[in-house]
Design a protein around this ligand. Sequence first.
Ligand SMILES: *Cc1c(COP(=O)(O)O)cnc(C)c1O
Length: 356
Amino acid sequence: MKKHNFYAGPSILSQYTIKNTAEAILDFAGTGLSLMEVSHRGKEFVAVMDEARALVKDLLDVPSTHEVIFLGGGASLQFCMAPYNLLKTKAAYLDTGTWASKAIKEALLFGAVEVVASSKDANYSYIPKTYSVPEDSDYFHITTNNTIFGTQIHSIPEVPVPLAADMSSDIFSRPVDVSKYDLIYAGAQKNLAPSGVAIAIVRTDALNKAPRPIPTMLNYATHVEKESMFNTPPVVPVFAALQTLKWYREQGGIPALEKKNAAKAALLYEEIDRNRLFKGTAAVEDRSLMNVCFVMNPDYAPLEAEFNTFASAAGMVGIKGHRSVGGFRASLYNAMPLESVQALVQTMKDFERQKI
Ligand SMILES: *Cc1c(COP(=O)(O)O)cnc(C)c1O
């Protein structure tokens, strides 16, 4: 039976990415060797890294003020690298979920942190919108998409300081004005590649200004200068990332992906709102186009486990919600085809017909 992959991360990748990476694991670029056993300094892999960085710039219209780097350590290491490199005296943070609060915890190690607003009191079900960011903040950190709670910042705030953003779960899903950011970072395993690599886009003139020594590996400037080859990069995830980036270009780039994502999410939210068994958990205006969270309507709460079994039997994979929200979460990343969303919607309709 066909499986429909709704995992939140690691998550669905395009068949193009998976097939090309599998082939390169057997024979990389005609070398007769596996991608896993060649030098990262060889011309074949250097070409992969260069092309991957160039394609990110191309797809996201990265201005020449910024550089793209690939880093190990996932998005979680960026929670520490961001303040290590960019926090001089004080930074402002928006607390919109588990990942945002983890970023805040690390920033507190490096200076004053002003949490300008938080939606924690409502289990992070909405994005706070009324707050002010102090002008003397070195940067304002936002989490553009809250993977666990299914909320997304749809209108990037206008603030008097540069932005720094965790875009782990919505990078490449919509256009972004990179010039507003000193830093954008994302773990690869939501919308780009298998886990093991993170991508960062940094404004180069914001680097080397922090009033502290920075360990070499944690200094963005090291990786900018060495073009992500200071040490051995995660070769297989970077290769896979390049395949995804090529596939994005073939799909028509970010505007085309954004359109498809909007259609997929609209289809599922429509069904959640229509179907008497279910209800969404996020504030309607802040609903994420990437992670759709829903629960059973209270009248039908006892049916939760049964729907899980019913959906699994229909080929749905990974729709169990995160433990902090409960219910269900369907992640609709770029590689998710519309047909899989249609299949989930049909499953919800079939279950309703059986129960009501
Ligand atoms: C998954 C996720 C992370 C954590 O990523 P790791 O690569 O596991 O460290 C951080 N932020 C957001 C928004 C995420 O979705």
